[in-house]
Design a protein around this ligand. Structure first.
Ligand code: SME
Length: 154
């Protein structure tokens, strides 16, 4: 099970040691992915010039390195300004399949701490249906909130 508090404490230590934002975003993805067998693909997309761009990931390679706002689960989360927990991706019309094995997906937005503006998102896929629990949402939200602080001046 992901412990968002423990992960962000480790990230904070690395930041204090001088790690830059890209390194911390990578470490966050690796830390989340290692936390549960239910997490088959974990990545961070950043919102840049009006589209989502894949920053880094662990899991099967994907061709979806850029996703327009409004497309797929990822782009819908931004367009509707909300997190998404999709228990069955097969029921979505505009789902963008990264892997044919994926059955459920969760997107948690990374927001600016001060303004609430969206900087990006955590995106997790699972090969299991309805893999993501309320507890996952809470822990991922902790990590996303911490990451949001890294974008202070953007
Ligand atoms: N499934 C996502 C696309 C990203 S992949 O899961 C890595 C979507 O529908 O937006």
């Amino acid at each position: 099970m992901l412990d968002g508090g423990a992960l962000t404490a480790r990230l904070a230590e690395r930041r204090d040691g001088g790690a830059d934002r890209d390194t911390l975003l990578r470490a966050a993805v690796e830390g989340i992915e290692a936390a549960s067998d239910r997490y088959d693909w974990v990545g961070i997309y950043l919102l840049e010039d009006g589209e989502l761009r894949l920053h880094n990931y662990v899991g099967e390679e994907t061709e979806h390195t850029r996703i327009p706002v409004g497309h797929g689960v990822c782009g819908t989360a931004v367009a509707e300004n909300r997190d998404m927990n999709v228990p069955d991706v097969r029921e979505l019309d505009n789902y963008i399949a990264c892997s044919l094995h994926t059955r459920s997906e969760i997107v948690v937005l990374i927001r600016d701490r001060e303004t609430g503006a969206i900087h990006g998102q955590l995106d997790l896929d699972s090969d299991r249906p309805a893999a993501f629990t309320d507890e996952d949402e809470v822990e991922l939200r902790r990590v996303a909130d911490w990451l949001g602080r890294l974008f202070g001046d953007v």
